[in-house]
Design a binder for this molecule. Structure first.
Ligand code: C5P
Length: 393
């Protein structure tokens, strides 16, 4: 599916650089041509010779070698996509600053092709405010990200920092070339429940599976959209080719959504907890013999849908969901007005909808109410994605 695509792969300094070799094999097996740029850091982990052997192309590692032919510009123009994998903390910082001190930096500044970065670093380095600020800035400039994933690190620590696996990278690279009516559009989707902590071991949750929201993200991506999926703790898999932000609380979800703006559309499907526990305790609450059960004081959570609907960078189309057990249309109309969104997809959750495979919904807009028949959640998603494409056309 990558037949004839020309990909520049920038390999920067991280233990995970060996995975670049596996990625090259996968891309070439799909028909892509890959030219590798090895940074000074990357060369500490993989050799130029192995990259050359695996890509079947000369590996570039020096800005000054081909300067008579302005090699960095030629390489930047040649590329249909530039993939930075692994992207070290240092490389992300250089990218955010627009540094052009080596070949990789020059290619990244000169390219007009889409750029995908796959970060890999120690979890503390990833979580650091400096790295997060660099990533946020790069995202705003249109750089796409995949990972990092949660898992074990080479240094016997574990956390979020592992390079994504080559198969997931392949999905993300294919998504760079996705064609369809939503090509060039960015859509934000929220999905799943939120977990609101009570103490370090207990939390408040709900029965949302994330299935409908993940299906919507997949359907939008299938129409060519760049999709950011902000999802709560769920077990359904992340759709291929979608940028996933995993969060736990409503406040995390709001922060991730705001960081993902600007977007052309936002589809708020998450079952966000309306309340959180006002005072989360640092230590596990202890059961005292003979004492009464504790009383939890709740605090209001931010309303993400309402916040996005009146945001300074409001997406052109904002869609909310209404899970109701009665008076569907009235509640949906009320929600449309109260939250300031454009459409409400109302569903009756009195049956087996939450966690189930099918959904019966009403689409409520300023123009009227449409009743959709009961259908698989994937079909609801496909129909909704098609309507989003029409609205953004
Ligand atoms: O007010 P209610 O929870 O019924 O509204 C449901 C809609 O609002 C859904 O689209 C849901 O994703 C969104 N919502 C939200 N943030 C909240 C509560 C609900 O985005 N705190």
């Amino acid at each position: 599916m990558l037949h004839g695509r020309k990909i520049v792969l920038i390999v920067s300094g991280s233990v995970a650089a060996f995975k670049a070799l596996m990625l090259v094999r996968l891309l070439r097996a799909e028909g892509a041509t890959v030219r590798a740029v090895l940074t000074a850091g990357g060369a500490r982990f993989v050799t130029k010779e192995s990259l050359a052997a695996i890509t079947g192309e000369a590996v570039q590692d020096d800005l000054w070698v081909a300067e008579a032919e302005v090699g960095h510009i030629r390489l930047a123009r040649w590329a249909d996509a530039v993939v930075v994998s692994p992207a070290s903390a240092s490389r992300l910082s250089q990218m955010a600053q627009g540094l052009a001190e080596d070949l990789a930096g020059c290619v990244l500044l000169a390219t007009r092709a889409p750029v995908l970065a796959a970060p890999a670093m120690n979890p503390a380095m990833w979580a650091h405010a400096a790295t997060q600020a660099n990533v946020a800035l790069l995202r705003q400039r249109g750089v796409r990200f995949i990972g990092p994933e949660d898992g074990a690190m080479a240094e016997s620590e574990s956390g979020v920092g592992r390079l994504s696996e080559p198969e997931a990278m392949g999905d993300a690279i294919r998504a760079l070339f996705a064609e369809g009516p939503l090509k060039g559009k960015h859509v934000l989707v929220t999905a799943g429940p939120t977990h609101e902590p009570i103490d370090p071991v207990r939390y408040i949750a709900n029965r949302s599976s994330g299935r409908q929201g993940h299906a919507i993200a997949a359907a939008l991506a299938a129409l060519g959209a760049r999709v950011t999926l902000v999802t709560g703790p769920v077990t359904v898999p992340a759709p291929a080719g979608v940028e996933v932000r995993r969060i736990e609380t409503a406040r995390d979800m709001l922060a991730a959504c705001e960081a993902a703006l600007p977007a052309d559309a936002a589809i708020c499907n998450a079952a966000v907890a309306d309340w959180r526990v006002a005072h989360e305790t640092d230590q596990k609450m202890k059961k005292q013999p003979g004492a009464d059960a504790p009383t939890l004081t709740m605090a209001l959570n931010p309303d993400i849908l309402a916040t996005l609907s009146k945001h300074a960078s409001r997406p052109r189309l904002v869609v909310g969901f209404a899970a109701e057990t009665e008076h569907l249309v009235e509640h949906a109309r009320d929600k449309l007005a109260r939250k300031g969104c454009d459409w409400i997809v109302a569903n009756d959750v009195s049956g087996d909808v939450m966690g189930g495979a099918e959904n019966t919904v009403l689409l409520v807009t300023a123009g009227g109410v449409e009743e959709w028949p009961r259908m698989p959640k994937e079909e609801v998603a496909a129909r909704l994605a098609a309507r989003v494409a029409e609205a953004l056309a």
